[in-house]
Design a protein around this ligand. Sequence first.
Ligand SMILES: C[S@@+](CC[C@H](N)C(=O)[O-])C[C@H]1O[C@@H](n2cnc3c(N)ncnc32)[C@H](O)[C@@H]1O
Length: 267
Amino acid sequence: MSEYIEANKKSWGIIARDHYEVFKARLLANETTLSQTQIEELGDIAGKKLIHLQCNTGADTLSLARMGATVTGVDLVPENIHYARKLATDLGIDDARFIESNVLEIMDKAIPECHEKYDIVFTTEGVLCWLPDLYLWARNARHLLAEDGFLYVLDSHPFYMIWDEARLPELVVKYPYFQKNADEDGWIGGYASEGKPAVNYSWMYTMGEIVTALSQAGLHIEWLHEFDWLFFRLSAEKQIKDAQKNWIFPEHQGKLPYTFSLKATVR
Ligand SMILES: C[S@@+](CC[C@H](N)C(=O)[O-])C[C@H]1O[C@@H](n2cnc3c(N)ncnc32)[C@H](O)[C@@H]1O
């Protein structure tokens, strides 16, 4: 495992307990942690066998279980898996499975869950930027899919990733769209609980690379949607919620892409 991935593993571990506490309160209040967009785009998942890649502390995984899917969550970080299992117990969801793995190493793992076939491979909200090799990610996702299954992705739009986040809605390019090297940051989290200082590394991808990686792994993109909202609050003062409870910069509504989602099937 590269030193970058090791650093990320350590960083995410630092905030695992905080995430667990926040998500537990929401789920015990019978809230779902999934957005309306995710629920609508997924459709009826009752009875489906679903694997959630980069599941964090399992909140979305267990929200998917409450929609009737049989779920397995995968995450790099042992603390996340520990708290995901604890959350499942808290919620009385007995058949949820959680496994610790780098999503780029699933095909090589001697863990039975990594070689089963799933109706849905699900991965959303802050996932692709943590992966140093999107082509390997796409092959691992394909490996998990049943022949009539589909992959669902919802994540930050690559075009949004170029902006200086502290300056938005002012448009100042900070991260080149075509950047290939890892970006080092000294802060982790902040979208569910308070962020904390910890060195971590992330990567940029173009929309072309995302589509090409999936296509080369043998997947067919049924649709790719682009949205003018973010799925988290970046700025307390400058963003408002739209009708679907997503975070928008009013100046950019209907003008700039912030989020994308896609559905890919086996060709
Ligand atoms: C922003 S969070 C995902 C958010 C998620 N939607 C949620 O419910 O909180 C990113 C997750 O990716 C995980 N992660 C980062 N790199 C990974 C890798 N190479 N393999 C598996 N999980 C990874 C982190 O541990 C973290 O839980």
